[in-house]
Ligand binder design. Structure first.
Ligand SMILES: *Cc1c(COP(=O)(O)O)cnc(C)c1O
Length: 377
């Protein structure tokens, strides 16, 4: 069966093509040539209400660079929201440190602040929170714990560009925030990422380590062991064109979510995304969770939707269920029961910013039909 409605269709076109062509014609293509890079960094940081932006090649290396900047090393522990793209955890592992998964709130699916303190040990250095599926984390209790226990806080903001926490843009709420501009995110450059921060020392250190730590006097007497995590100027040019559309993308995402919610809110057995009073959700993906009698129907629903040309995706699988990283470790499968449950019964419906009202109608109708939710209505 052909896919009629993909899980996410890109919002990119003529403007981005023209911007890319222009810098290519000038030969300004690398990560060290071209004014677009600096401009994109400044404008994106500005958009987030931050002083500094450091563009990098993707969201994963943004997270790794943040860990390196904070000096996270072997023997250290970092508390991480359990339900996320595993890139969040890998960033800690790249530094030889130990990530400790923290279970999530059942409604926002974000890190549960009440579970943090009892996982802090003398080795804990930082907390990485994830604004999952576009819903901002309840930051105040976390920042309070971090301040009291002298821990760094890093936002994984890969899914939440433009989301607000108590009226403030995410990306500006912690020591450093890490964005992804991968092709299905809210702002896209193909591959790409950015660290935003208000801390000048962190910004300088990120810029240094992310560009091979080239020497300041003699370029080739390096200051440290660096990485080449630079973004290309072509991606920055695309990013600048995208930045002009981000408001539109967020409106489209919120419109998409509003229609799903309207059509699914009275259906029992389906948990929908929420928007807490402190939050403006940008609904990166419309993630639903099957409950009660429907709890074991996730894989069946996905298969049947696919037969109807509707593409979906399972919710993330938490760290404590990963074979590759928890083997021989003290992390137990049962450590994060809420995240485990979501990973078994959650999925996201087609959520692209281009999705039409009619397509959403078709998805909702198909979901109800497959789960036989129309009976008796
Ligand atoms: C996409 C994503 C990443 C990784 O970003 P890439 O640009 O794909 O490397 C990290 N964390 C979360 C929460 C993500 O959604």
């Amino acid at each position: 069966m052909n896919i009629k409605i993909p899980v996410s269709k890109m919002f990119i076109g003529e403007e981005e093509a023209a911007a890319a062509a222009e810098v290519i014609k000038k030969g300004h293509i690398s990560g060290t040539y071209g004014k677009e890079l600096g401009e994109f960094e400044n404008k994106f940081a500005d958009y987030c209400g931050c002083k500094y932006g450091i563009a990098v090649s993707n969201g994963t290396v943004a997270l790794h660079l943040a860990m390196a900047v904070l000096g996270v090393k072997k023997g250290d522990e970092v508390l991480v929201s359990s339900l996320t793209n595993m890139a969040t955890f890998f960033a800690v592992l790249y530094q030889g440190a130990k990530p400790i998964p923290i279970d999530i709130e059942p409604d926002t699916l974000n890190i549960n602040p009440d579970l943090i303190e009892k996982k802090i040990t003398p080795r804990t250095r930082a907390i990485i929170i994830v604004h999952l599926y576009g819903h901002p984390v309840n930051m105040d209790p976390i920042l309070k714990i971090a301040q009291k226990r002298k821990l760094f806080v890093v936002e994984d903001a890969a899914e939440a560009h433009g989301a607000l926490y108590k009226g403030k843009k995410i990306g500006s709420l912690s020591d450093m925030a890490c964005f992804s501009f991968y092709a299905n995110k809210i702002l896209i450059t193909g591959e790409g990422g950015m660290i935003t921060t208000n801390n000048k020392d962190f910004a300088e250190r990120a810029r240094l380590l992310g560009s091979l730590a080239y020497g300041k006097k003699n370029r080739f007497i390096h200051e440290d062991v660096g990485f080449n995590y630079r973004m290309t100027n072509v991606q920055a040019a695309i990013g600048l064109a995208q930045l002009k559309k981000i408001g539109k993308v967020i409106v489209a995402k919120r419109t998409m979510a509003k229609q799903y919610i309207k059509e699914l809110k009275d259906v029992s057995g389906i948990q929908l995304p929420v928007e807490k009073p402190y939050a403006k959700n940008v609904y990166w993906m419309f993630n639903i969770v099957l409950k009660g009698k429907l709890e074991n129907k996730r894989d069946f629903l996905m298969k049947k939707l696919k037969e109807k040309g509707i593409e979906t995706r399972e919710s993330f699988a938490p760290y404590n269920l990963q074979k590759a990283t928890v083997k021989g470790n003290s992390i137990k499968k049962g450590d994060c029961p809420i995240a485990n449950a979501i990973s078994k019964s959650g999925l996201y419906l087609p959520s692209g910013p281009n999705i039409t009202k009619k397509e959403i109608n078709y998805v909702v109708k198909s979901v109800k039909e497959i789960l036989k939710l129309n009976r008796g209505c």
